[in-house]
Design a protein around this ligand. Structure first.
Ligand SMILES: NC(=O)c1ccc[n+]([C@@H]2O[C@H](COP(=O)([O-])OP(=O)(O)OC[C@H]3O[C@@H](n4cnc5c(N)ncnc54)[C@H](O)[C@@H]3O)[C@@H](O)[C@H]2O)c1
Length: 371
């Protein structure tokens, strides 16, 4: 199969769909790989590295789109890319179609096959291509929180670990899933006092088992949250109720009870936010202050560390990509039926139920009727 990747054209997006190591893997399995010149520079991969790995470098995105059977990307295609859609093309990337009716229409009309990272569901119910981004956002939440506690950003001027003879900072994490667990790991590592809350006792038991007396686990309810955040220097919003907007656990009235200059990092902002005072911010302008509490609400946190994010993402996308390349999309589904779940559009039909339910008058077709 001919596989390719292009430079992402979304604002501030520096990740890339294939690393030189990925290229080597595809080439060693007998495939041809085409890379747009400069596609990997934002993640620190040079054209030379891709060439050495066996890729052919093409001067323009147009040339790559027109050449390949499968385009491996990071973000959903944007308007200037719609013209490259065609029936015999597979696009393997984050698609988030439920948020983009125009893109959905273009994909259906062109009959391009859309294979979405975010809907690939493994047999145990996990979504492996989302996990690495949550791991990164969780770990970054503490790094960013520590930075914005600095005085020059409006923070209280507290060092997370403290030093001998001073108090450690109190970190409160709302949600003990992938983001929460990774935030916990870094906060403990930096020497803070950590309290983590969840409604799922199994998650709390798991973290208690790992960290023992180093952390405080608490059932998530209004009273426990209010008590915990009153003394917090840093609060991380890390909750998720799949398919729904995030519950507003961090109430506006808490702000006035907290120490001035404390920081709220709302990782769940991409699902509407877990704070009543949260609104989405960008890497260019990441924070704002409400009632003396610094809010950090960046919707694409992993974009701050594109090199790590690219490598972490492609570590998980490669194995499914290799299966699709080896067998073709239809046969790959028969060999590994979890791949069915990733197909959102196929031969002009909408094959993801959640996407079909998001728009009025769109018909869902079970992919197994088509393949
Ligand atoms: N901003 C970003 O750049 C970025 C990056 C990655 C992930 N995210 C978002 O972070 C959020 C968390 O993702 P995740 O992968 O950790 O999800 P997850 O499913 O692994 O964990 C979510 C946790 O929230 C818990 N929860 C649900 N309701 C709760 C409540 N009322 N109180 C306390 N806990 C509750 C669940 O039990 C679960 O353990 C999601 O919205 C995800 O989209 C954002």
């Amino acid at each position: 199969m001919k596989i390719g990747t292009v430079k992402e054209i979304k604002n501030q997006e520096y990740r890339v769909g294939l690393t030189p190591d990925n290229v080597k893997a595809y080439v060693s399995h007998g495939h041809e790989v085409y890379v747009e010149k400069g596609a990997g520079l934002g993640s620190g991969f040079s054209n030379e590295q891709y060439k050495k790995a066996g890729a052919k470098i093409l001067n323009s995105a147009k040339q790559v789109w027109e050449k390949v059977d499968m385009m491996v990307k990071v973000k959903e295609p944007l308007k200037p890319e719609y013209k490259y859609f065609r029936e015999d093309l597979i696009i393997y990337t984050y698609l988030h179609l439920a948020a983009d009716q125009e893109l959905t229409d273009k994909m259906l009309k062109s009959k391009v096959a859309g294979v979405a990272y975010e809907t690939l569901i493994e047999k145990d119910g996990s979504i492996p291509l989302l996990v690495p981004m949550s791991q990164i956002a969780g770990r970054l939440s503490i790094q960013e929180g520590a930075k914005y506690l600095e005085k020059r950003f409006g923070g209280s001027g507290v060092l997370l670990s403290g030093v001998p003879g001073t108090a450690k900072a109190n970190v409160v994490i709302l949600g003990a899933g992938t983001v929460g667990e990774n935030a916990c790991r870094i906060a403990v590592g930096m020497g803070a006092n950590v309290t983590i809350l969840d409604v799922n006792l199994k998650r709390l038991e798991y973290l208690d088992h790992i960290y023992g007396s180093r952390i405080q686990t608490l059932m998530s309810n209004d009273q426990n949250i209010e008590n915990a955040v009153k003394d917090a220097d840093l609060v991380v919003g890390a909750v998720l109720i799949p398919g729904k907007s995030a519950p507003k656990l961090f109430k506006k009235r808490y702000l006035k009870q907290m120490k001035a200059g404390s920081v709220f990092v709302d990782v769940a902002i991409d699902q509407g936010g877990s704070g009543e005072t949260s609104h989405m911010t960008t890497h260019d302008d990441p924070i704002y202050i409400v009632d003396k509490i610094v809010h950090y609400c960046v919707g694409n946190m992993p974009g701050a560390v594109p090199r790590t994010s690219t490598i972490a993402l492609t570590n998980t996308t490669l194995s499914y990509g290799l299966q699709i390349a080896k067998y073709g999309l239809a046969k790959a589904c028969k060999k590994n039926d979890v791949i069915y779940s990733a197909i959102n559009t196929y031969k002009g039909k909408l094959t993801c139920k959640n996407v079909a339910d998001s728009f009025k008058g769109y018909k869902y077709t079970d992919i197994k009727e088509l393949i």
